[in-house]
Ligand binder design. Structure first.
Ligand SMILES: C[S@@+](CC[C@H](N)C(=O)[O-])C[C@H]1O[C@@H](n2cnc3c(N)ncnc32)[C@H](O)[C@@H]1O
Length: 282
């Protein structure tokens, strides 16, 4: 910009700068309804308690509420001994939540951060709570599945996650109104081919996965496929029940990255044997 020379142009220059500074200040400090992805509506307290019951929140948990409003969910979690934080874009809500936490005597366990839920790292949570909107849940879905640790619990008031089916759903009444609560556990990534050896055979298990639902094909190196009676993934826990002729097997283990560690039961007629089981994903 050309440097102002005369008194009049200096006046205009200062005016323009003041307006620009003013506009910057307004846009930085004032959040309007349009900036928010979801308007503020608090979750009734009995619904909050049920959400925390479902996730069995305890002192070892770190709870993050996405769009934390007046802070009630994180405050209620802190009263159960948990630590955590709330994230909200609206500075008024953040100030209110901080004041509520202080008044309830839990401000040393929790904090409230003025941030956008789409621009924040919530990977440290062991429990995620939310009361947003269907479109916002859907947009958050890949973030939740890809960034949270397998086994992290997610609970949503009112809204589901589209084609990611809930592991549980409960309905809570409040003042004659029904409130749906949806619950998920972040599944481990098991898609691919897992191999291991047992009794001189090389086992090969191919897993297809969509969210927490899996289908499995299992062979022992021959052309014969086992019959699969159950294939289940709950967080990190993978369980497969299979048989080949009169041989029955239960594989159950904890998925840690590209390894699974656990136990295998082998039923051969009346004989049962148990052995350690570990498999590696290619
Ligand atoms: C329906 S209220 C839920 C409040 C609280 N979780 C509860 O259940 O009582 C949604 C909250 O999300 C906040 N919000 C909306 N869009 C947001 C965004 N992009 N990032 C962070 N917070 C947001 C709003 O300010 C509001 O407080």
């Amino acid at each position: 910009m050309k440097k102002p020379t005369s008194g009049k142009s200096l006046y205009h220059y200062s005016l323009v700068v003041s307006i620009l500074v003013g506009l910057t200040f307004i846009s930085a400090s004032h959040v309007t309804g349009q900036d928010l992805d979801v308007p503020y509506v608090p979750t009734p307290n009995n619904v909050v308690e049920r959400m925390l019951d479902l996730t069995d929140v305890k002192s070892s948990d770190y709870v993050i509420d996405l769009g934390s409003g007046d802070g009630r969910i994180v405050i209620a979690a802190a009263k159960r001994g948990a630590n955590g934080h709330g994230i909200d874009l609206d500075p008024e809500r953040i100030a209110e939540a901080r004041e509520n936490a202080r008044r309830e005597g839990v401000d040393d366990q929790i904090m409230f951060m003025e941030e956008d839920i789409f621009d924040t790292d919530f990977s440290e949570a062991s429990v995620i709570t939310m009361y947003l909107l269907p479109s916002v849940n859907k947009k958050l879905r890949p973030e939740l599945i890809n960034k949270l640790q397998p086994g992290t619990q997610v609970v949503s008031h009112s809204f589901d996650m589209g084609s990611w089916k809930a592991d549980k759903k409960v309905v809570v009444k409040n003042n004659g109104r029904s409130h749906d609560i949806y619950y998920w556990v972040i599944p481990a990534q098991t898609e691919g081919t897992w191999t291991w050896s047992y009794n001189g055979n090389n086992y090969n298990m191919t897993v297809n996965q969509r969210f927490q639902e899996i289908s499995v094909k299992l062979t022992d190196g021959s052309d014969t496929f086992f019959d699969i009676h159950k294939a289940e993934l709950k967080g990190k826990r993978l369980t497969v029940r299979a048989s080949s002729g009169d041989q029955n097997y239960i594989f159950s283990g904890r998925v840690e990255g590209d390894k699974v560690y656990g136990m295998m039961q082998h039923h051969n007629g009346q004989e049962k044997s148990f052995s350690k089981w570990s498999a590696t994903k290619d």
